[in-house]
Structure formats: C-alpha cells, structure tokens
Design a protein around this ligand. Structure first.
Ligand code: CA
Length: 227
C-alpha cells in the first residue's frame, strides 16, 4: 500500500513515515502542498494523510485539489492540531474519511489508516489464507500450515497484494506502485526478481499457492484446494 503523507513538521513527518514504513507501507512524505501535488501527478496512491496547517496551502484546499487530480476517489485522513468541533466537521464535510487530532498515537493512526484503506471488492480481513498459507497483515507475519515463513518486507507486500486480490490478476503497474516508493529507484527487472524470490520461497514452503505470470500484464496467486 502506497501512502502520500503531507506534514510540514520535520520530526513528526519522519516519525510517522518511519512507523508506517516499518509496518510495510510505502510512504512518500512531503513538507508542502506544491511537492505533494507534483507527486500526485506522477504516482498513484492508496491513501493520503495530511496536515491542515501547511506553509503554502490550507490542507482542506489541498485535499480538494488532490481529489480533483486523481481518478479514483483517494481515501484521506486528516491529522491536525485543530481540535475544535467546527474544524473537524469541516474536514469531514470536505471529504476526509477520518480526522485525527494531534498529538496522536502512531498505532491509532495506523489502525485508522487501515480502516480507510478497506476498499469495496477487496478482501478486507487482517488474516488472509490460501493453499495452507496464512498471513497476518497487522502483525506482518506469514506461515504455512502453522510453520513460520520468513519473508522480507517487499516479499510480504507482494504476497499481501496478491492475496487481497483473491486469485484475480493484479497488473504490474499496480504492484510496482504499491511496493516501491518514489525515492526507491525501480529497475525494469526488480518486480520479476522479487516475484522469483517469493515464488521460490512458496515452492519450498509446502504451500500449494503459486504465482502465475501473465507475461507483460501481471500476476495472480492460485492455489489447489486441499482436502
Ligand atoms: Ca503544520
């Protein structure tokens, strides 16, 4: 999942981005509206977290601007020190899906982010299973028939995206967008290499889940039903 974070307070921005990254999110963090709008022009995001008091634009206006420039309705979470009820109502009226008052707990931010990320048509559970494989998307752990399966951060993200799709094809671009950040250069073969590594781990794990390639289009996870 790729998150756009706009917060002009450097420490808060770093701490929030660091926490979300450690929980498996890809985070592009910016200090002002101009940079955030430039990012929206070149990348697609699964959700936006934004401050209201920004140096170059009010966060509510920025949210309207971001929404106007993105095709899909982007889930939005406002994180602001403005705690007055009229501000919160205005934020929700402006189309934010949630409003968090600073100072906030990072675990609460993460929980609320997961809530706004639940999309229709996508499996929303915290526990996802297929072919003896089970992943816990909150604890970021994976297991096959109860035996722990050791996955690196991006391998886990890839597997999560494939499992959430419930066996449907996931196109390459969507996977790359959700697995790599703007500041992480993606070589043309990075996704293939990542898929190969995950595929090998799945083969050795005893799970019947395997990754099917549609050349040039994308990937899907299929599994034989076991008795
Ligand atoms: Ca601010």
């Amino acid at each position: 999942m790729r998150i756009l974070l706009i917060e002009d307070h450097p420490t808060l921005r770093d701490v929030t981005a660091g926490h979300l990254a450690s929980r498996g999110f890809v985070v592009d963090a910016f200090a002002n509206a101009r940079d955030a709008l430039a990012a929206v022009a070149v990348a697609s995001y699964d959700a936006v977290i934004l401050d209201l008091g920004l140096p170059d634009m009010d966060g509510m206006d920025l949210l309207a601007e971001i929404r106007a420039r993105t095709r899909r309705r982007l889930p939005a979470l406002i994180a602001s020190a403005r705690d007055a009820l009229p501000d919160r109502i205005r934020g929700l009226d402006a189309g934010a899906d949630d409003y968090l008052v600073k100072p906030f707990d990072l675990l609460e931010l993460e929980a609320r982010l997961r809530a706004v990320l639940r999309r229709p048509g996508e499996r929303a559970e915290d526990l996802l299973r297929s072919g003896g494989l089970e992943i816990d998307t909150v604890a970021r752990t994976a297991a096959v028939d109860g035996r722990p399966l050791d996955l690196h951060r991006r391998e886990f993200s890839l597997l999560e995206q494939l499992l959430r799709a419930g066996g449907r094809l996931v196109v390459r671009d969507a996977l790359e967008e959700r697995i790599y950040g703007l500041d992480e250069p993606v070589t043309p073969n990075a996704l293939e290499a990542l898929v190969s590594r995950l595929r090998r781990k799945l083969e050795n794990s005893g799970s019947t889940a395997r990754i099917e390639t549609r050349r040039g289009i994308g990937y899907r996870l299929v599994a034989e039903e076991r008795a």
